[in-house]
Design a protein around this ligand. Structure first.
Ligand code: OOG
Ligand code: NI
Length: 459
């Protein structure tokens, strides 16, 4: 008997990300239009700005840029979330971070499934922002138990997907044929369904409580609600969207435009109204909007100190604005953001000296050619040009931004105020494991890069 080797989880994730993108492109043509616009803009930026091209080549990000994307889903039960964690684990994706969306009036809490090691991220940085509906926040007991009973009846995974997950867990991996089948079966969980699992009236009741509750409860599964490509110039894409038949939300979420991008900037276009058949209607008569488009620009991952500064400046700008950013106050918001963020150093050196961001260190050609520098300190090596620091890219999400993305798709009517807030413990209990601290991951990557760089120069 010949032993068939396992396909690496990183390659399964890379294939799954591609399969998901192909499916979404077919189902939502505007996503295809957005992808083209992003690709074209990225090409322009790379030829216009040799420094950016050089930096991305140094860090290797240039190779992952075209396949870089994140998606988002929302699930209804602990079992669904825990099984998703197992499904994503087959593709080398772990739950990183905890996001509480209740302050923004969205009754969910979330994590991001993603690869955690820089080498794995390089093969495929695919991430899925995954939210769990907090049914305990539905005050009406009848509605809550109705939602629970509807969710209890559905199974969001195919039998073959469940079998392959168990197989991967017990055998330690999947061979080529199993991996190919796994990608196809896993995809089914995220597919759009044109028919709901409830009547039109039940849908209305759920939706009246919160549109998000209807989106999770009334369907057969957690349809992927957007897929987000990474752009190198989000302002340019935002500006060009209308000419391509795409209407963006009023403001770009995250930090303002800078020389040295930090964290994550995002913008989205409104969810599409799509025809849906309810269980008491023969033909397609109702409609539901859930699926939208989004783009993102990624910058440096911030240290706890950098993040505290970011949060302080963002809060100050929003406080001064006195309202959620919207069409009416967008210009003022951008002004306030630029003004407040003037305090945040906008150079690699400034951010490094003040320990605001994480970096990866690379031995330069000059460093590799020099002899007898093995004992020098990192600071000396940097000063002499033997080592170069490049910002470590932020791989995660931002709660205030995520809230803005949710809101822009739910409409202003969705502003509910929940008494209860963050409950990481309940989330992790549902998940069946702890979420990983993203800051520890960045610190580890930075430490490994210093070690490798010094080892290289000592040789
Ligand atoms: C997720 C919204 C958040 C992001 O990129 O921050 C998000 C959702 O609507 O399910 O996608
Ligand atoms: Ni998103």
């Amino acid at each position: 008997m010949t032993v068939q080797p396992f396909v690496s989880p990183d390659l399964i994730r890379q294939r799954f990300s591609k399969a998901m993108s192909d499916m979404y492109r077919e189902e939502v043509p505007l996503y295809g239009a957005l992808m083209e616009l992003v690709e074209q803009t990225n090409r322009e930026v790379l030829s216009r700005e040799p420094d950016i091209a050089r930096q991305l080549a140094n860090t290797g990000e240039i190779q992952r840029l075209d396949m870089e994307r994140h998606g988002a889903i929302r699930v209804g039960t602990a079992t669904e979330l825990a099984t998703l964690a197992r499904l994503f684990a087959v593709m080398g994706m772990q739950p990183v971070g905890y996001y509480d969306l209740t302050p923004a009036g969205v009754p969910v809490h979330s994590t991001a499934f993603r690869a955690v090691h820089e080498a794995a991220l390089q093969i495929s940085p695919f991430r899925v922002f995954t939210s769990l509906l907090r049914l305990e926040l539905i005050e009406n007991p009848e509605l809550r138990s109705f939602a629970e009973s509807v969710l209890a009846q559905r199974s969001i995974f195919t039998a073959a997907a469940l079998r392959l997950i168990s197989q991967a867990e017990t055998a330690g991996g999947l061979n080529e044929a199993e991996a190919a089948e796994f990608v196809l079966q896993a995809l089914e969980t995220f597919r759009w369904h044109h028919s709901a699992t409830v009547t039109a009236a039940q849908y209305q009741t759920l939706s009246a409580q919160h549109r998000l509750i209807a989106d999770v409860v009334a369907f057969k599964g957690p349809h992927i609600n957007h897929l987000t490509p990474r752009t190198l110039d989000i302002d340019r894409v935002q500006e060009q969207m209308p000419a391509h038949g795409i209407t963006p939300k009023a403001v770009i979420e995250g930090p303002p435009r800078r020389q040295c991008p930090i964290l994550l900037r995002q913008t989205s276009f409104k969810a599409l109204d799509e025809p849906i058949a309810f269980t008491d209607q023969g033909s397609v008569r109702g409609s539901h909007s859930a699926r939208f488009g989004e783009i993102e620009q990624r910058g440096a991952a911030l240290t706890p100190r950098g993040r505290a500064l970011y949060d302080r400046l963002l809060n100050a700008a929003r406080e001064e604005l006195g309202d959620f950013p919207n069409e009416g106050n967008a210009a003022r918001y951008n002004e306030l953001m630029a003004q407040h963020f003037g305090e945040f150093p906008d150079s690699v050196e400034g951010m490094r000296e003040q320990e605001l961001a994480y970096f990866r260190y690379f031995a330069t050609e000059k460093g590799l050619a020099a002899a007898g520098i093995g004992q020098s300190s990192l600071e000396d090596l940097l000063r002499e040009g033997y080592v170069k620091a490049e910002p470590l890219v932020y791989e995660d999400f931002l709660p205030v931004s995520a809230a803005g993305i949710f809101q822009s798709n739910l409409g202003d009517a969705a502003q509910t105020h929940y008494g209860e807030h963050s409950n990481r413990q309940a989330f992790e209990q549902a998940l069946g494991r702890a979420t990983i601290d993203e800051l520890a991951l960045y610190a580890e990557t930075q430490r490994r890069s210093i070690e490798e760089c010094l080892a290289q120069l000592a040789r």
